[in-house]
Design a protein around this ligand. Structure first.
Ligand SMILES: [Zn+2]
Ligand SMILES: [Zn+2]
Length: 176
C-alpha cells in the first residue's frame, strides 16, 4: 500500500466511531482478515490514539507546520514503528508495518504514523485538514494538486454549497 493510502486510512481512523468494537469492525470492513481479530482493548487503545492524533490534523489545518512535525515525531517515539518491505499480489515492493504484538491497534497506529510521516516529507506538512462544514469535525488528507480541499466528503461539500447559496439568496432578498 502506498503512503498516501496509509495517510488516508489515518484520517478515516480518526473519523471512525470507535465507541465499541462493532465500530472498529465497520471501519475495517474492507480488510476482512483484521475484522475477526478486533478486541475491546484495540478499541480502547485506538480511542486514545484518536485523541493523540487529532492535534496533528488541527495544527496542519492551521498551518502550524513546525507543530505538525514535532507532534508526529513525538508520536513515533511513543509508538515505535517497524517498517517491513513487502511484495505480494503482483504489486511493486512497498512498505508494510510489522507488529510485535500482532494486535489490530498496533498495526493501525503504525500504518497511520508511517503514512502521515511520509506524506509530510513528500508533500509537505500542510496537507491535513479539518472539515470546514461545521458542525462536522471530520478530518481529511488533501492530495489535490493545488491544495484546495476544504471538506471531508462530497456530502459536506454540497451541504456547505447549499448553505452558501441560501445565504446569498437571503442577502439578495434583504437588499431588494
Ligand atoms: Zn501490501
Ligand atoms: Zn465534513
Amino acid at each position: 500500500m502506498d503512503f498516501i493510502r496509509y495517510a488516508e486510512r489515518s484520517a478515516a481512523l480518526l473519523n471512525a466511531g470507535l465507541a465499541d468494537v462493532d465500530g472498529l469492525r465497520a471501519h475495517l470492513a474492507d480488510r476482512e482478515w483484521l475484522v475477526e481479530q478486533c478486541t475491546d482493548r484495540d478499541c480502547m487503545l485506538l480511542r486514545k490514539f484518536q485523541r493523540e492524533l487529532r492535534p496533528v490534523f488541527e495544527a496542519s489545518a492551521a498551518d502550524r507546520t513546525a507543530e505538525v512535525v514535532e507532534a508526529l515525531n513525538e508520536l513515533m517515539v511513543r509508538h515505535p514503528i517497524t517498517p517491513r518491505i513487502a511484495g505480494h499480489d503482483g504489486h511493486p515492493l512497498h512498505m508494510h508495518v510489522a507488529t510485535k504484538s500482532q494486535s489490530v491497534a498496533e498495526l493501525l497506529v503504525g500504518e497511520s504514523l508511517l503514512g502521515l510521516a511520509n506524506l509530510v516529507c513528500d508533500l509537505g506538512p500542510s496537507r491535513l485538514g479539518v472539515c470546514a462544514a461545521s458542525p462536522c469535525t471530520n478530518v481529511y488528507v488533501d492530495t489535490s494538486p493545488n491544495q484546495s480541499r476544504r471538506y471531508c466528503s462530497d456530502r459536506c461539500s454540497s451541504r456547505a454549497n447549499v448553505a452558501a447559496y441560501r445565504a446569498r439568496q437571503k442577502a439578495t432578498a434583504a437588499a431588494s
